[in-house]
Design a protein around this ligand. Structure first.
Ligand code: COI
Length: 343
């Protein structure tokens, strides 16, 4: 495959969107085993009209970031955790799981083939990896497919919400839930996001960039934002994040909990009543795409909870943001070995 000339990208203006790169990587599972990888230029894929991902939602994905560090190293942030989470999702949805070594090999290979699309150090950008596992075998009775496709697409990205670490407003709608207890909220299936698109469009249209979900059973406890986990900072400086069987275990939240503990910040992972929101001095959405996005105000019906100032970022959140980004960009020591180098 002939390589393109270095792309002309305005790195500091990148948003969070699709763009063309050299290729994606693809593997197929048939007759009980995974194929060798192939690199595919064409971003379109063909599949059987009866593919189980199209009819019965046998589909899952991951989100990972890759950084170009100051010293020139290229690192992928904690891909082992995404490999484990995709494995669990595959088991939960009866898809052929991707072995961890194959997942890591795929991440490395696809990054290497698209190196020139990794934003330079200092631009605030990164390369986003989107691993995708889908049932591609035809299946008309409801049952697992007999063929699967695993792919990773990559693209250079900037901030998910425009403005970097800039506080946003959130809304709670009591009419729609994200995930039921013992449903699929704790695994990363596309259906969890489909469940929120209607509410998201309404929220966006009415001026809120993000929605917060309460637990589907009682609507008394905080669960997570539509595309990211929730954390609150208490007035005495603790990091509090919901413990619930229907929240997606976020790799960013997991990392921030560790960074917080390292910084001497007390971490509490426990049920978080809705009524506690007004007691926090800061709230944030946490995820690979959003990193840490402070939330300064939350609206639920006629109730508007003002948590913090729309213009200022809480120092604890700022410290956590600087720590995790510092590790990712190589400005701080990677003492937990989170950065997976691509040589
Ligand atoms: C991520 O943060 O990587 C996600 O997967 C959320 C996505 C829907 C933007």
């Amino acid at each position: 495959m002939a390589k393109k000339a270095a792309p002309k990208i305005e790195w500091s203006k990148l948003g969070f969107g699709f763009s063309d790169v050299n290729c994606h990587i693809r593997y197929t599972w048939k007759n009980g085993k995974w194929s060798k990888p192939s690199f595919v230029k064409d971003p379109y894929i063909t599949m059987h009209i009866g593919a189980s991902c199209l009819h019965y939602g046998q589909e899952c994905f991951e989100g990972i970031k890759c950084f170009r560090q100051k010293n020139g190293k290229i690192v992928i942030f904690r891909p082992e955790e995404n490999a484990k989470r995709m494995y669990r999702t595959a088991v939960r949805t009866c898809m052929a799981p991707v072995p961890e070594e194959m997942f890591l090999e795929a991440c490395e290979k696809v990054v290497k083939k698209n190196k020139e699309y990794i934003p330079p150090y200092g631009t605030g950008g990164s390369m986003y990896l989107r691993p995708l596992l889908i049932g591609t075998g035809p299946q008309i009775g409801v049952a697992p497919a007999k063929e699967y496709t695993f792919m990773i697409m990559v693209m250079p990205v900037g901030a998910y919400y425009k403005g970097g670490l800039k506080p946003v407003r959130a809304v709670i709608f009591d009419d729609w839930d994200r995930a039921a207890p013992h449903g699929m909220g704790d695994v990363k299936v596309g259906g969890n996001y489909a469940a929120g698109i209607f509410a998201h469009e309404k929220a966006k249209h009415e001026g809120w960039p993000v929605e917060l979900y309460l637990d589907a059973k009682s609507h008394k406890y905080v669960e997570e934002f539509a595309t990211s986990n929730f954390a609150g900072i208490t007035k005495d400086g603790k990091y509090v994040t919901p413990d619930s069987c229907s929240v997606l275990p976020s790799v960013t939240n997991m990392s921030l909990k560790q960074c917080a503990a390292d910084l001497g910040i007390k971490v509490e992972c426990r049920p978080v009543p809705y009524t506690e929101i007004k007691k926090f001095k800061a709230v944030a959405a946490l995820g690979t795409a959003v990193v840490i996005t402070p939330v300064w105000e939350i609206t639920r019906g006629k109730q508007v909870i003002k948590i913090s100032d729309p213009e200022t970022v809480d120092p604890t959140l700022q410290k956590l943001y600087d720590t995790v980004q510092g590790i990712q960009y190589g400005d701080l020591p990677d003492k937990h070995g989170w950065c997976h180098e691509v040589k």
